[in-house]
Design a protein around this ligand. Structure first.
Ligand SMILES: Nc1ncnc2c1ncn2[C@@H]1O[C@H](COP(=O)(O)OP(=O)(O)OP(=O)(O)O)[C@@H](O)[C@H]1O
Ligand SMILES: [Mg+2]
Length: 254
């Protein structure tokens, strides 16, 4: 099966700061792909470079859907959203001063006529958001806000969702809620590329995973296999503030 997303030899960064150095990755249709690695590895930059928010110096990003192939290298976000990709940043991913309803409707600006019907459908799946529709997004709990950020991205009816650390800073119960959403979306066939601080959680669920380090590919393979790989465990657990620290590092992964 041809990949839906194919990143080849991508070098990208910000203004004069090079971050990614020849990174490659693919996501086949319907798969969940995890991007993990230490702080500063370039994980967020990879998502931003795909979504037109970082400067691409060289390399190629290809997106395929419905039998058509699009070279989307350097495309701006609004064009990508219209094509079927969407992106949920780690922070500032909702408009705090706007209501939940306004946030959702703004997510569908590429398809305004279907917006209300789409919102109704999403509110079936994201039930708790219905009770806070008129509340400002800034007044939501962390978990509700992440649910809203994901639902808002889904308003554009993407086939590929790029997610940057959706569980960061959430209470354990809220992490469960967010991963519950992701499991359901995956079962519905959505292709997901997820950057996640909680490597254990995400690798266990990822069809494929990439470990980045220093802006380069370091390891890749099926998520559960990487989770068993001592080199990966060592690299990741050696990372910075985001690394989770189990009581017995190696045994915790068995
Ligand atoms: N807007 C920016 N301008 C300049 N440099 C940046 C910018 N954003 C990130 N960087 C730098 O790029 C490098 C990679 O950052 P990036 O945010 O992609 O890492 P990350 O793997 O997502 O890390 P974390 O786990 O902390 O989120 C870091 O050295 C960072 O300082
Ligand atoms: Mg990041």
């Amino acid at each position: 099966m041809l990949p839906m997303l194919q990143v080849t030899g991508l070098s990208a960064g910000f203004e004069d700061v090079p971050v990614l150095d020849g990174v490659s990755m693919t996501a086949t249709p319907g798969s969940t792909v995890a991007i993990v690695g230490p702080n500063g590895a370039g994980k967020s930059t990879l998502l931003k470079a795909v979504y037109g928010l970082a400067r691409v110096r060289s390399g190629r990003v290809v997106f395929r859907r419905d039998g058509a192939e699009h070279d989307i290298t350097g495309w701006p976000p609004h064009r990508l959203t219209a094509l079927g990709l969407n992106y949920v940043p780690q922070t500032d991913n909702v408009f705090a001063a706007l209501s939940v309803r306004e946030n959702l409707l703004l997510g569908a600006t590429a398809r305004p006529r279907q917006a209300l019907a789409r919102m109704e459908r999403l509110l079936v799946e994201f039930g708790p958001l219905r009770t806070v529709l008129d509340r400002p997004a800034g007044a939501l709990s962390g978990g509700q806000r992440q649910s809203l950020a994901v639902a808002r991205a889904l308003m554009s009816e993407p086939v590929l969702l790029l997610l940057d650390e959706p569980s960061a800073g959430l209470a354990p119960s809220a992490v469960g809620t967010v991963f519950g959403h992701l499991a359901r979306l995956r079962s519905e066939g959505l292709t997901i590329v997820i950057v996640e601080q909680n490597a254990r959680l995400v690798l266990a669920r990822a069809d494929n995973a990439y470990v980045l380090e220093g802006g380069r590919n370091r390891y890749e393979g099926p998520g559960p296999e990487l989770l068993q790989d001592a080199r990966v465990v060592e690299l990741y657990l050696g990372g910075g503030a985001h690394a989770t620290t189990p009581a017995t590092p190696a045994a915790a992964d068995q």
